[in-house]
Write a new protein. Structure first.
Length: 495
């Protein structure tokens, strides 16, 4: 480098460095007008009582019709009818798939796409041997003043009863939607049967056959997470799920001669299988920061405190390093790629018998944009043996489509979140598990997965686990959100 170039380079660098604080200071979220919304009436005492009583009804769905106790679901329906009389009087109720409930609140204007609020009635059972670990029994619905305890307190009777409360209160206030409002309560979300037995699938088919296209859907998936890093950020992050990952269990199997273990070869079928597993694990799917994840990082980056902003305003330059670094952190990597988890393996049935067949099961969570077919092709490519058996096991599903972030529904959800708490940042989010919402893709493009409850990450982890419970403190805002959602989204205005 000659002297002149050096001087120019130094000047450019100096200018860049000098402008950094300015750039960092300007690195903010674009200002949006958040209209003040009038306060919403919420009957918190009734909500608490009804959630607590709803938990007492053990709505556990079986894998199929034969193994499901429908009486408990009918008991739940009778309970809803008793507690929400206006809703049952004023809305049309259609029961499909024996226990799925479809409420329709007719709008005052014709020819508009309806909106829908989804929830599932079923809950998962308690894992064997964990009952004694619970502080309060999982089906007693104990309300100790701080928490309501029990299975379904977060997934998702809190959400279901919250929606019922919102509709009942709006009816009592004489509210009349312009669009039709559907409340669609599935009966077997947790058993993941994407077949004709699935309540959500049946309800979607019913809508499709009637030619009904939905304007938007809200279901479980995202939540309000407190993001607290001392001196860096102190915000509530409303993560709105705009897509969910796919799912596939794939068995890989190798064959060998078998025989007596006293005459074992250097490598048995299991030894060969070990190579197969290594090939799979050594060829992870490529991680990338999708526009959705980028929007999440960028939004957070614009909300951190000043010194940290000197870094986050340069996020674009850091993208390659960030991608590489995050791909080594499993929870972050799962937001960036299809994940590969070798979970089960089998060989011969006895210690002194050589295996004739050795097999492993690999669980894949498929990234939006890829398909089960892509995963199978990937395996065929990376496994060194061409005679390996590759079997797709039942229960797979492709990832959902991406819902847009510039739709009327996404914008309104964000606006409601911010109007309720100005310290909220709203960002799109990828849901790792499955929801009923993905079954509605044929009748709706604007599907958002969001439970409007402020719950810490550690508490969220009690979902499907021990001591599932909801803080009473976040419940009132949940119902207020649903009321506003219905008020705003049921308006006739177009996207
Ligand atoms: Zn759920």
């Amino acid at each position: 480098m000659d002297k002149k170039t050096k001087i120019i380079s130094a000047a450019v660098l100096g200018a860049a460095a000098a402008s950094l604080p300015v750039r960092a200071a300007l690195h903010k979220e674009p200002k949006t007008d958040v209209p003040a919304m009038p306060p919403e009436e919420v009957d918190l005492a009734r909500y608490r009582k009804n959630l607590s009583d709803a938990i007492k009804i053990k709505t556990i769905a079986g894998k199929d019709e034969a193994s499901t106790n429908y009486d408990v679901f009918y008991e739940f329906h009778a309970f809803l009818k008793e507690r929400y009389p206006l809703m049952h009087e004023k809305l049309e109720l259609t029961v499909l798939n024996k226990a799925a409930l479809m409420f329709r609140w007719p709008g005052s204007k014709q020819g508009l796409d309806p909106i829908a609020l989804l929830a599932h009635q079923d809950v998962v059972p308690i894992s064997q041997g964990t009952l004694d670990d619970w502080t309060h029994p999982p089906f007693d619905g104990v309300d100790d003043g701080e928490y309501i305890w029990g299975r379904g307190a977060l997934d998702m009777k809190n959400h279901l009863i919250g929606v019922m409360e919102a509709v009942e209160t709006l009816l009592a206030e004489g509210f009349q939607p312009e669009r039709d409002v559907y409340v669609l309560l599935g009966n077997n979300e947790e058993v993941m049967s994407a077949n004709e037995n699935n309540g959500a699938v049946v309800m979607c088919k019913y809508l499709a056959e009637k030619g009904i296209h939905l304007d938007c859907i809200i279901d479980e998936g995202g939540a309000i997470l407190p993001v607290d890093v001392k001196g860096v950020i102190h915000k509530d992050l409303a993560g709105i799920g705009i897509a969910e990952k796919g799912y596939a269990d794939i068995e890989v199997a190798v064959h060998a001669k078998g025989g007596h273990s006293s005459a074992a070869p250097n490598h048995t079928a299991l030894g060969k299988l070990a190579n197969v597993i290594r090939d799979i694990e050594n060829h992870q799917f490529k991680a990338k920061i999708s526009p959705m994840l980028w929007q999440l990082f960028d939004t957070i980056g614009r909300n951190v405190s000043f010194p940290v902003k000197m870094v986050t305003c340069n996020l674009k330059l850091l993208k390659p390093a960030l991608t590489l670094g995050l791909s080594y952190v499993p929870p972050a990597a799962s937001m960036m790629r299809t994940t590969t988890g070798v979970t089960m393996a089998s060989g011969s049935p006895q210690a002194n018998v050589l295996p004739q067949r050795a097999a492993a099961v690999v669980n894949f969570r498929i990234y939006p944009g890829q398909t089960v077919e892509d995963v199978l092709a990937h395996l065929r490519k990376v496994i060194r043996y061409k005679d390996v058996e590759i079997n797709l096991l039942p229960g797979w599903k492709n990832p959902s489509k991406l819902s847009p972030t510039d739709s009327r529904a996404f914008q309104k959800i964000g606006m409601i979140c911010k109007s309720m708490n100005p310290n909220t940042i709203v960002a799109p989010y990828l849901v790792m598990g499955g929801t009923d919402a993905c079954h509605y893709q044929d009748v709706c493009e604007n599907i958002y997965r969001y439970s409007p409850f402020r719950v810490s990450t550690s508490l969220l982890l009690t979902t499907h686990g021990t001591n599932e419970r909801i803080p009473v403190a976040c419940m009132e805002a949940g119902v207020a959100f649903f009321k506003r959602f219905i008020r705003e989204l049921s308006k006739a205005e177009e996207a």
